[in-house]
Design a protein around this ligand. Structure first.
Ligand code: SAH
Ligand code: SF4
Ligand code: F3S
Length: 450
């Protein structure tokens, strides 16, 4: 394999899995001599790591591919590669002989399980060969690949890939393939390396981390081992599925100071009829009982969720039940989406019969109710002194820093003599529904934290 002396520009869309995959892709290319550039104009290779979860996500990427076309018109030798979930789902459309418009300027198409082939496909594409690799794997976890991380404080680690849940609306089982876990020993080794390099936060990723398994070890075991590598590293994880979140996992979170007291637990709907149609395998009662156990074992836990509104056949009564569950739980945050029909999913066979105006009015109601809950929960922090991991300069003001609490809340505070990766105590003085604001108390390390 020749040395690839090329500059690569990479854009990432979609979930944190894709962020983690992009670092793997860069690791693989870097090993073969490619260097990363932030400037698309000087790139030899443009890669876009894509998401298919909703129609809107794909439309954005089509828009971007249109823009790359004009770059390619100016610099015809540039190589454009589409990676990730859209590459997997739309390979024929993107690669078809007669591909017109968007497909035309795409030279390489690589699905999420075939990144090891990317350097070779890039090398070949310089000789005019179009490259496509979209096989899904039952074993690939990239456990031996060193990701190229550009952030020195927070790291993502995919502990498993794929999904076997087959929620009826979801394209992920088709774009990411079957569930498989990365060996525990290789994860621990990576966390040790991150610790020695001074990282302060690790997020374990999986579409449903509760399915993690390596021999007799489950996700709770993995979480415990990871947390015990270095107690100055904060540990987070996403996502848990409400169907199979165990008490052992909740207890493990409660017992370890450096496992963040934050759980993202997508409920999707408050209506049992809709949950059944969605193939979520739990009822609203099961969900509320689970939250009851979580709150009793972890009293200061922060909770967030995902909601889909306008699923086929959703009535006003179903919608009320979603509002009821939001009202009842008072989540700290929520990601709220209008249902988007995805080809080949079971729901796709059902008519998308909730008109867009109704989806829009329902989602507005949901957003308004949720932002009230977020504001109430955030306001409860006023007067508290919270431990914050400093992440960087505030996006809105160069005289302020931002960081996050263990509960995953963004905190803004005046700049002082700090660097990203420092733990500080912040006195919370003000809050809105998205952010906390405060002033620094004193600089401390995690072991001394209250
Ligand atoms: N594995 C995660 C979610 C991955 S997708 C889980 O089970 O929670 C992230 C979120 O996108 C989902 O929780 C869901 O709320 C939303 N989503 C997925 N498919 C969708 C679709 N077809 N239309 C609208 N929202 C969707
Ligand atoms: Fe999609 Fe359901 Fe799997 Fe999440 S658990 S990725 S929503 S199929
Ligand atoms: Fe999107 Fe694929 Fe993630 S569809 S949400 S990038 S797994």
């Amino acid at each position: 394999m020749p040395h690839l002396n090329k500059k690569v520009y990479l854009e990432t869309y979609g979930c944190q899995m894709n962020m983690a995959d992009s670092e793997i892709v860069l690791g693989l290319l870097n090993e073969k001599g490619c260097v990363l550039t932030e400037d698309i104009e000087e790139a030899d290779l443009i890669l876009v790591n894509t998401c298919s979860v909703r129609e809107h996500a794909e439309q954005r990427i089509y828009g971007r591919l249109g823009e790359f076309k004009s770059i390619k018109n100016k610099k015809p030798e540039i190589i454009v590669g589409v990676l990730g979930c859209m590459a997997e789902r739309l390979r024929e459309k993107l690669a078809g002989e007669k591909a017109k418009g968007v497909g035309e300027q795409v030279d390489i198409i690589v699905g999420p399980d075939e990144y090891r082939k990317l350097p070779e496909l890039v090398a070949k594409s310089w000789h005019g060969e179009r490259g496509i690799a979209v096989q899904l794997s039952r074993i690939e976890t990239y456990d031996d690949v060193a990701p190229l991380r550009t952030n020195g404080v927070s790291a993502w680690i995919s502990v498993m890939r794929g999904c076997d849940k087959f929620c009826s609306f979801c394209v992920v089982p088709f774009t990411r393939g079957r569930e498989r876990s990365r060996p525990l020993a290789s994860i621990l080794q990576e966390v040790e390396t991150l610790s020695s390099r001074g990282f302060k936060e690790v997020t374990l990723l999986g579409q449903n981390v509760n399915s993690y398994r390596d021999k007799n070890y489950d996700f709770a075991d993995l979480l415990k081992f990871v947390a015990e590598v270095d107690n100055t590293i904060r540990i987070r994880f996403v996502t848990s599925h409400p169907q199979d979140m165990s008490d052992k996992l909740i207890e493990t979170i409660a017992e370890h100071k450096n496992i963040c007291k934050y759980i993202h637990l997508p409920v999707q709907s408050g209506s049992d009829r809709i949950l059944e149609l969605m193939n979520r395998n739990y009822s609203s009662k099961h969900y509320l009982n689970l939250l009851g156990r979580i709150k009793s074992l972890i009293p200061d836990v922060c909770l967030s969720t995902d909601i889909i509104t306008g699923y086929p056949t959703e009535t006003e009564d179903d919608h009320r039940r979603t509002l009821d569950i939001l009202e009842n739980v008072q989540f700290d945050g929520a990601f709220m989406f209008k249902y988007s029909p995805r080809e080949n999913t079971p729901s796709f066979k059902m008519a998308d019969d909730v008109p867009d105006e109704i989806k829009a009015s329902r989602i507005n109601e949901i957003i308004q109710l949720q932002s009230k809950a977020s504001l109430i929960n955030n306001s409860k922090h006023i007067g508290q002194i919270l431990e914050v991991l400093v992440e960087g300069e505030s996006k809105k003001s160069s005289s302020e820093w931002y960081g996050r609490t263990g509960g995953n809340k963004i905190v803004i505070f005046p700049k002082s003599n700090l660097t990203a990766g420092d733990y500080i105590m912040v006195n919370i003085e003000r809050a809105n529904s998205a952010t906390l604001f405060g002033s620094i108390q004193k600089s401390i390390v995690l072991e001394d934290a209250a």
